[in-house]
Every structure is written in structure tokens, then in C-alpha cells.
Design a protein around this ligand. Structure first.
Ligand SMILES: *[C@@H]1O[C@H](CO)[C@@H](O)[C@H](O)[C@H]1NC(C)=O
Ligand SMILES: *[C@@H]1O[C@H](CO)[C@@H](O)[C@H](O)[C@H]1NC(C)=O
Ligand SMILES: *[C@@H]1O[C@H](CO)[C@@H](O)[C@H](O)[C@H]1NC(C)=O
Length: 320
């Protein structure tokens, strides 16, 4: 074994660049690039849009994002949209949705959609809706900062880079654009339709956008792997919360509330859509593919609450 290594070493000494080529860099994310003079550079971070392969050569990110990546990007956009809608709803404090509030809701939708489209246009290849990316292979790809190697415990090699190019930066661009577009459009709409309360929806968004960006900066990788389950859990909890605020908890009254009031119907439909999105993402994550039969699962949380509400009524617990 040592003899073979020795022979290999002796053979590769005359060709320095070849020697460089065949020694792996320490760490997962350090790589070498071809410099203009034809030599290979020292180990270091690959330039943006490149990623070190198994033999530590920086190769350009030319993968197409997978369906799961698109679902992840969609989740980050949906998160902003749902928070917008929730804040507008809280601010307006109406049992129903008058036209004035619908204008604000539509404005939020327009902002999020246009911010998403512009983000797609700005990411490489610029001017097209397609995206050139590097595959996410494991959680540490999101946290290259924590994986700078220090060979021989001496100095640290700085190989921090965006290994999940461009999923990480895209989300920041989207949040920045979403804030900018909101500040351009929303004040006009709010002034016209809901002058007093409308501006509070803008203040709320100015709070949650930075919080979302911070969450993404710190928890991006964790969110990437858990967002299907986050979506399912949040939609089930929020669905239960929605029903539990109803005064009459009898089965008939709960069922009637779903159809008698336009706002209730929209809220419940929205929960179903979110739950369906979560199911679809979970199936993709597990590599199961999307089956039409999964549609049958979508109304389950709502039905479950309605059917079991009378067993969990606290008043009945006291009597028994
Ligand atoms: C490549 O690197 C070798 C060794 O460092 C150096 O001698 C040579 O001049 C370099 N080649 C060019 C074209 O600069
Ligand atoms: C890494 O990329 C280089 C240059 O494209 C290629 O020669 C080498 O085979 C690749 N290594 C692996 C393990 O794919
Ligand atoms: C709840 O609704 C049901 C059916 O509409 C009705 O019979 C019942 O009296 C209501 N209960 C209360 C407390 O209002």
C-alpha cells in the first residue's frame, strides 16, 4: 500500500498541476479552479455559481431545480402572502370581507406575485423564468460557514460559499423586492380604500419581512427539509383554531358556518389548499409522487374537528 502511494507520488512530481488535480482539498466545500494561465488554483471557496465536486474541482451549477426545490420556493412566497392576508384581516377586524378589504388583499397578492416573477427574472439565466442551480444533497450544504476545515489545526481555510446556489440568495432577493414593491403600491391602495387602518397592515409587514429574512438566514436548511410538515401542522392547528372560535360548537352549527358565511368558506378553502400543498410536498419529499387519491385527504382535518368537537366540549367534561 505504502509502496503504491510512493510510486504514485514519484510519478506525479514532475507535473505540478497534475499533482494539484489529484489531491483532494480538505473539507466538503473547498475546491480549485482553473486559472487563466492553465494552472489550478489553491484550495479555497469556489466562485458564486460554482461548487466543488467529489474531486474538489469547482464545476458550474447547471442542474435544474427539482420539483421539491420549486415547492420550497413556493412555500417561502406563500408564507409571506399568508402573513400579509392574516395581518390585513386582523387590522380590518370585520366578520365579513367588505370590498375595501378585498382591495388590500388583492394588493398583497399582486405584490407577492410580482416580487416572485421579478426574482425569477433576476436569477441566472437573467431574463428567463428558468433557474440554473446546484443540487441540495444534505443539510450542511446550507451551512457551509460551519464547515471551514482547519487542516493540521493551524489556520482555517475559508470555503464559505452558497453551495445551494441560488436557493439561499433567491429568498432574500424576494423578500427585499416584496418590501420595496409593497412600499410603492400599498400606501396608494390603503389611502384610497381603508385610510385609517390600512397603514397598519404596512407597518405589520415591515416587521415580519425582516423576521422572515432572519429565520431564513439562520434556519434555511432546517426549513428546507421540514416545510411540508410545518405546512401540514400549521394548517391543521389554524383550522382547529378557526372552528374553536365559533360560539355554537354543535356539529350542525359548525357545518352550517362553513357555507352560510362567505368569509368562513374562503378561510376553510384556504386551509384545505395549504393542507393539500403540505401533503403534496411531503409526498415529493418521500419520493412517493403525487396521487389523485390524496385529494380525498384534504378535507379530513376540518371533518375531524367537526365530528369530534362535541366529545371535547369542556362543558360536557364537567358534567360527567
Ligand atoms: C504554473 O505553476 C508553476 C508552478 O507554480 C509555475 O512554475 C508556472 O510558471 C505556472 N504557469 C504559468 C503559465 O504561469
Ligand atoms: C470533477 O470535475 C472534473 C472536471 O470537470 C472531472 O474531471 C472529474 O471527473 C470530476 N470528479 C468527479 C468525482 O465527478
Ligand atoms: C346551536 O345550533 C343548533 C343547530 O343550529 C341549535 O339547535 C342549538 O340550539 C344551538 N345552540 C346554542 C347554544 O345556540
Amino acid at each position: 500500500m505504502t509502496l503504491i502511494r510512493y510510486l504514485f507520488f514519484m510519478c506525479s512530481i514532475p507535473k505540478t498541476s497534475a499533482l494539484n488535480l489529484f489531491t483532494r482539498c480538505p473539507g466538503l466545500y473547498c475546491g480549485r479552479e482553473l486559472v487563466s494561465d492553465g494552472n489550478w488554483s489553491d484550495c479555497g471557496a469556489c466562485p458564486r455559481g460554482f461548487r466543488a465536486n467529489a474531486s474538489s474541482i469547482c464545476i458550474p451549477c447547471n442542474d435544474e431545480p427539482m420539483l421539491y426545490d420549486w415547492l420550497y420556493l413556493g412555500f417561502m412566497a406563500l408564507l409571506a402572502l399568508v402573513l400579509h392576508w392574516f395581518c390585513i384581516d386582523m387590522v380590518s377586524m370585520r366578520r365579513n370581507i367588505p370590498k375595501k378589504v378585498i382591495a388590500l388583499h388583492l394588493s398583497a397578492l399582486l405584490e407577492v406575485v410580482s416580487a416572485s416573477l421579478i426574482t425569477l427574472q433576476l436569477t441566472d439565466p437573467v431574463g428567463s423564468f428558468s433557474v440554473r442551480s446546484c443540487k441540495v444533497t444534505k443539510l450542511s450544504d446550507w451551512y457551509t460557514l460551519l464547515h471551514n476545515p482547519s487542516p493540521n489545526y493551524e489556520e482555517t481555510l475559508h470555503c464559505t460559499q452558497e453551495a445551494v446556489y441560488p436557493l439561499y440568495t433567491m429568498v432574500f432577493i424576494f423578500y427585499a423586492l416584496g418590501t420595496a414593491i409593497m412600499l410603492m403600491i400599498r400606501p396608494i391602495i390603503a389611502k384610497k380604500f381603508l385610510p385609517k387602518k390600512g397603514k397598519f397592515s404596512i407597518y405589520a409587514a415591515l416587521y415580519f419581512y425582516p423576521i422572515l429574512a432572519l429565520l431564513h438566514a439562520v434556519g434555511g436548511g432546517l426549513i428546507y427539509y421540514s416545510f411540508p410538515y410545518i405546512t401540514i401542522t400549521l394548517s391543521v392547528l389554524s383550522n382547529a383554531a378557526h372552528f374553536s372560535f365559533k360560539l355554537n360548537q354543535s356539529m350542525k352549527a359548525l357545518l352550517l358556518s362553513c357555507v352560510s358565511n362567505m368569509k368562513n368558506a374562503i378561510v376553510i378553502l384556504g386551509h384545505w389548499l395549504l393542507y393539500g400543498y403540505g401533503l403534496m410536498a411531503a409526498a415529493t419529499f418521500q419520493g412517493l409522487g403525487i396521487h389523485p387519491a390524496m385529494l380525498a385527504l384534504v378535507p379530513l382535518p376540518a371533518l375531524f374537528y367537526i365530528l369530534t368537537a362535541r366529545f371535547t366540549d369542556p362543558h360536557k367534561l364537567h358534567i360527567e
